[in-house]
Write a protein that binds this ligand. Structure first.
Ligand SMILES: O=C(O)[C@H](O)[C@@H](O)[C@H](O)[C@H](O)COP(=O)(O)O
Length: 225
């Protein structure tokens, strides 16, 4: 694991965009195409905007989400809308986008469609909540054990968060660990403390701890104060 720290969120976003872009360019060079999975929430906006400016062959890129709320794309909480608005603009609009909330009102139908269209990400950018969730692997969710099971062929699951809005679809831990590269973007002292606690031991109460304790996938952590 590598830790990178910055004294401002824009500086962290710029450095993360450069690192992700370079990881994607390497995969495109080697394989002719690449798959990127990004997180939603509020904090990725600056990163997505910086990444959209990258000099990549966007037509060789597929973009998807590590998790999605089961809401229509015109809902303020839609991660797909966030990606369309801040990443898939200008040259980056040539990328192919794989949404997850394909039938927003129907979790079972969305899950089946998203599983059928699933492409394993080469590069995955995670966030983390103050409660230690990552993707939509929430502490105390009934589906958490299925989301953390290893080994598992399950790449996507439906999750009802006990304390956050909207039913979700989420990549599983098995899917996250099958990514070629993992990045984690976090900001602020509270998240730093949660991160440090999660580093101490694997603990279902902090689902991110499961990601931190697997060393087979290179993980780069970008923290801004
Ligand atoms: O759609 C989501 O909710 C996310 O993908 C989620 O896992 C997010 O990364 C964290 O909740 C942190 O969100 P912030 O970075 O906005 O605090």
């Amino acid at each position: 694991m590598q830790w990178f720290e910055f004294d401002s969120a824009p500086a962290a976003a710029a450095a993360l965009a450069e690192a992700v872009s370079s990881a994607l360019a390497t995969v495109i060079r080697e394989r002719g195409e690449a798959v990127l999975a990004v997180s939603g929430g509020r904090s990725p906006v600056a990163f997505l905007q910086r990444l959209a400016q990258s000099d990549l062959d966007w037509s060789r890129l597929t973009v998807t989400l590590v998790d999605e709320r089961l809401v229509p794309e015109d809902h303020a909480d839609s991660n797909a809308a966030l990606v369309r608005q801040h990443l898939l603009t200008g040259a980056a609009s040539a990328a192919r986008f794989l949404p997850l909330a394909i039938v927003p009102a129907d979790a079972t139908a969305s899950l089946a469609a998203a599983r059928a269209a699933y492409r394993q990400p080469d590069v995955t950018v995670l966030g983390m909540g103050d409660d230690g969730h990552t993707a939509s692997l929430f502490p105390d969710a009934a589906e958490l054990a299925a989301g953390l099971a290893l080994p598992s062929d399950e790449r996507l699951i439906a999750v009802t968060p006990p304390a956050a809005p909207h039913q979700r679809l989420s990549m599983t831990l098995a899917a996250l660990l099958a990514s070629g590269r993992l990045f984690l973007a976090i900001q602020g002292e509270t998240k730093r403390r949660v991160f440090e606690q999660a580093r101490q031991a694997v603990d279902d109460a902090l689902p991110i701890s499961h990601v931190l304790h697997h060393t087979e996938v290179p993980l780069d952590v970008y923290w801004a104060s």
